[in-house]
Design a protein around this ligand. Structure first.
Ligand code: PAF
Length: 277
């Protein structure tokens, strides 16, 4: 498996595939890979002639006091997992070159980035959109794969790609879960044994909302809040029911699509999860 450290190396490696017009797929990651990431890689490998996986812990999407320094980094382990999943190339750019100090350009997607995760983590989605735009421009894939666990991120990326006319198909892939329902996340590694036992309450609350909402978004929100309020060790940051297209808060009864999302602290670890209702 080749690990490419710069856009120039990437251009060299992808040159023949680009000239042939082969379908290139991109799976953007921050490393610390788990089965959720590998499911995206398998999806890409099933469709694309060449699957590029980017591994870059993006400093732009971490706020002050967040876990940028602590974020797990083990490129050798990631590369060992990627080959059997069907990846062809790993793009792991050096931070100094890929996010040069003094850069003045930011990609900001208005509206959707101001709610929920955007409200809790100011600037987070500007960091995500900026780096995803840079990755798409560097790799120039025809299709890119993102996990639905970060559902709001998926909507931000889709909106950016449409608005900028980047010509990439954005594919959202289902959340991959542990047997007890906990959504796979690189941050699960931060949990103590007791916190790990408490963490699936976030998923159980989403399941309770999906089971009992009866088409009423207010009822879904109440079920979600009620279930989370009684969960030991869980401190809710946000819990909401939205129309997944425009990502706007839903009110009362309706028959359109709906999605529940939650973010909660288990100890100092912030976890997010989501379920279609
Ligand atoms: O979902 C992630 O891991 C990151 O937000 C992404 C899309 C790789 C951008 O840094």
């Amino acid at each position: 498996m080749r690990v490419l450290r710069s856009v120039a190396e990437l251009d060299d490696a992808l040159g023949p595939a680009r000239r042939r017009g082969d379908l290139v797929g991109l799976v953007p990651t921050m490393g610390a890979l788990h089965d959720g990431h590998l499911s995206l890689v398998r999806r890409s490998a099933a469709r694309a002639a060449v699957t590029v996986v980017s591994v870059f812990v993006n400093p732009l999407q971490f706020g002050p006091g967040e876990d940028f320094d602590a974020y797990p980094r083990d490129l050798d382990r990631d590369v060992a997992l990627l080959a059997p999943a069907g990846a062809d190339l790993v793009f792991a750019p050096a931070a100094a070159a890929f996010t040069p100090p003094g850069a003045r350009t930011t990609v900001h997607v208005a509206g959707v980035t101001e709610r929920l995760e955007g409200a809790s983590r100011p600037g987070h989605f500007d960091g995500v959109a900026t780096i995803v735009a840079k990755l798409l421009l560097a790799v120039r894939p025809r299709v890119a794969f993102f996990g639905e666990k970060d559902y709001q991120q998926l909507v931000v990326v889709r909106t950016m790609v449409a608005d900028l006319g980047l010509g990439v198909e954005v594919v959202g892939c289902p959340v991959v879960r542990e047997p007890d329902g906990l959504a796979m996340s690189s941050r699960n590694a931060y949990l103590s044994a007791e916190q790990r036992r408490q963490a699936p309450a976030l998923h159980r609350a989403l399941v309770a909302a999906a089971a009992g909402w009866g088409g009423d978004a207010d009822r879904a929100r109440a079920l979600l809040a009620g279930s989370l309020a009684g969960a030991p060790g869980i401190r809710v940051d946000n819990a909401e029911v939205v129309d997944p297209g425009p990502f706007e808060r839903l009110e009362g009864p309706g028959d359109g699509p709906a999605r529940a999302l939650g973010a909660a602290y288990v100890g100092a670890t912030r976890l997010i999860d989501t379920l279609a209702l």
